[in-house]
Design a protein around this ligand. Sequence first.
Ligand code: PLP
Length: 238
Amino acid sequence: MTTIADNLQRVRARLAKACAAAGRDPATVSLLAVSKTFDAQAVAEAAAAGQRAFGENYIQEGVEKIQALRMAGWAALQWHCIGPIQSNKTRLVAEHFDWVQTIDRLKIAERLAAQRPAHLAPLQVCIQVNIDAAPSKAGVPATAALDLALAVVRLPQLRVRGLMCIPDQAPDFEAQLEVHMRAKRLFDYIRAQGAAGLEHFDTLSLGMTADLEAAIHAGSTMVRVGTGIFGSRARGSA
Ligand SMILES: *Cc1c(COP(=O)(O)O)cnc(C)c1O
């Protein structure tokens, strides 16, 4: 039987191999375990195997797991919201998550800033970019990413950490690399502005189970892996 701990070990080995192939220090790529649709027990198993950062797509489901894990004594886990956020869910996100990777509208950022409790650390946020410009997809166009980042840095209780992209699946390594490189160039461009408030812009959240090698080759600093750790999902988005 394959356990979550075994899977984690395999994914870590893939990351190490991809870093070696790309000539990168493995310490520069972090692993986000995407636990959507899996229960608190699965998260606890991954945590027991040393995993600390978890990504959730569905707010209510995520908050229930955050609370369950805290009650089970896992206080030091880091929770990332990686799903779309409706206005009526911003308070839950602001009160429970550590990171939000799906900022693509100023209005949502404003609500999160206003609702982030003062006793908590600033919410770490990434701008979501529709990097392959696929129609009717979440994320700002690449050309609007800098402006949105500069607007969000002016808000209290938020820290702008970088970019997040979910490109459509590409057939092979070369095609994956091509789109990931677009994200990397945009990331470098925004960093090169040296704008006030962007001092912490250090995160390029790119790559999932199917394309993490190409993402790491392109310069991803955070890969988001669900299936590779927890197995296939019975329901939920890809
Ligand atoms: C589901 C999901 C993932 C993980 O996808 P896998 O293919 O299972 O690794 C990563 N990022 C986002 C935004 C997701 O929704």
